[in-house]
Design a protein around this ligand. Structure first.
Ligand code: NAD
Length: 471
């Protein structure tokens, strides 16, 4: 049993003053593997005070110095990639490809920001006015369990690049991963107080950070409901916010699509991170003419998506993170039947042969209407809905008929048509034909998927504000 009782404040590990613990589990076995001490608002105050003390000197360091700090952070993460990988596997249970991506992303997030900072023009002239982009103030960051390590690193990277000190409240369900990462990043030797990590619940530590009067900027990643609470809390002191929230992405299969190529792509986009991904393409939009064939091919394609524990390298779908998440996925599968959708493959319960662990059966629903709750709400598991459409206009209408707008997908063969359809989708990102991840492209959503963008120069500018000198 691992007992995590400390925060990282002012350059050192120090005991939390909280009195409550939260249990930590291995989702593949359901065994409790540790506890994390939940910090009180007092710890948030201490961390914010440390960040505030560090801010004046840090915000006046040169970009060149901060590029060097980012490189040291990258090296510290890379040197500890194996320990990070192991902690993600044990505490989160994600299959190997996601774990590898996350462990590598941890280091790369710092290098990507270093590259942005190296070429970023911080001042520009408008007539005789000099405009300088200045750090926005002490930052606060809040991360979700489904990508805790990745978001700690990307939010810390942008804060360092911008010259803002930061207090991070990670997901309380990911404390073992946070601990391994914090120990690694401590080794980078940043000035004390530049980054601080406070473990705690959302209701206490998270809301204290979102409301803290000395925080100038909140970068939040999590559910839309929590994002709304953070937005309200931030308004009281006019904090700048970046909110990265939920999604219900569509994957539009155009009628000229090569199904040999497209069908594996549809499953990969839908089952990202065992379906526990904001960017998952969970609504598969198929022309009526191709419906029967796509259904058959998707059902057959599930054979390529074995469910199992992280240590089994053949697994491509791991367990749900918690009992609560397992229950939620089960209830949505039951709801889909009640709403009149047809289970093509999968259904309630665990996959055959698996007795323990929060594993679910990858499930494909067909005969789904976009008005059903399974097509409108974030299920956050490997459950996909197939929705038929009449023509291109109908596909675009269905794709846009959602409260969310994070990431959509378009798949087909005619590149002009792919771009034409993609340009009409209401989302922060559209992926055409399984295009590769670009870590410098802006990341974020429209509508209830959030406010603002992360990554690359757009992410950096979200931590800066212009100051005009009228000369
Ligand atoms: P969550 O909203 O339950 O929790 C996210 C974080 O907010 C946690 O650290 C939690 O402790 C904290 N929190 C909870 N209540 C709070 C409050 N009142 N004030 C301040 N902080 C509070 O989300 P989750 O279940 O951890 O993560 C899954 C969700 O995150 C999904 O909806 C997913 O789509 C979303 N997500 C979005 C992105 C993106 O980039 N758009 C990426 C990953 C996950």
């Amino acid at each position: 049993m691992r007992e995590i009782t400390e925060n990282y404040i002012d350059g050192q590990f120090c005991p939390s003053t909280g009195t409550e613990n939260a249990p930590l589990f291995n989702p593949a076995t359901e065994e409790q593997i540790g506890n994390v001490r939940l910090s009180a608002g007092r710890d948030v105050d201490t961390a914010v005070a440390a960040a505030k003390r560090a801010f004046p000197a840090f915000s006046n360091t040169s970009p060149g110095d901060r590029v060097l700090m980012l490189r040291r952070l990258a090296a510290a993460a890379a040197d500890n990639a194996d320990a990070i990988r192991k902690a993600i596997q044990e505490e989160y249970g994600a299959p190997a490809p996601f774990v590898d991506f996350t462990a590598n992303h941890a280091g790369n997030a710092f290098l990507d920001m270093a590259a942005v900072l190296e070429t970023y023009a911080r001042t520009r002239n408008i007539g005789t006015t000099e405009v300088e982009m200045r750090p926005v103030g002490v930052a606060g960051a809040i991360t979700p369990w489904n990508a805790n390590v990745g978001f700690i690193c990307s939010k810390l990277a942008v804060a360092v690049a911008a010259g803002t000190s930061i207090v991070i409240k990670p997901s309380e369900m990911s404390a073992m991963q946070t601990q391994v990462l914090a120990e690694a990043l401590h080794g980078a030797g940043l000035p004390s107080g530049v980054f601080n990590i406070v473990n705690g619940s959302g209701a206490d530590a998270g809301s204290a950070l979102a409301a803290h009067p000395d925080i100038g900027k909140i970068s939040f990643t999590g559910s839309t409901t929590t994002g709304q609470a953070v937005y309200r809390a931030a308004a009281a002191t006019m904090k700048r916010v970046t909110l990265e929230l939920g999604g219900k992405g569509a994957q539009i299969v155009l009628d000229d699509a090569d199904l040999d190529v497209v069908v594996p792509n549809l499953l990969a986009n839908g089952f990202i991170n065992s379906g526990q991904a904001c960017i998952a393409g969970t609504r598969i939009l198929v022309p009526f003419r191709l419906l029967a064939e796509v259904e058959a091919r998707l059902a057959a394609g599930l054979a390529e998506w074995p469910v199992g524990p992280a240590f089994d390298t053949a697994s491509r779908i791991g367990p749900m993170v918690s009992r609560k998440q397992w229950d939620q996925v089960q209830s949505y599968i039951a709801l889909g039947r009640i709403e009149g959708a047809r289970v093509l493959v999968g259904g309630e319960g665990r996959p055959d042969g698996i007795e323990r662990g929060w594993f679910v059966r990858p499930t494909l629903f067909t005969d789904v209407s976009n008005s059903m709750r399974i097509a409108r709400e974030e299920i956050f598991g490997p459950v996909l809905s197939i929705i038929p459409y009449r023509d291109e206009e109908d596909a675009i209408r269905i794709a846009n008929d959602t409260d969310y707008g994070l990431q959509n997908y378009v798949l087909g063969t005619n590149s002009d048509r792919l771009r034409r359809v993609a340009r009409r989708l209401e989302s922060g990102r559209v992926v055409i034909n399984g295009a590769a991840h670009n870590p410098l492209a802006p990341f974020g959503g429209t509508k209830q998927s959030g406010v603002g963008r992360e990554y690359g120069v757009f992410g950096l500018e979200a931590f800066l504000e212009p100051r005009a000198l009228l000369i």
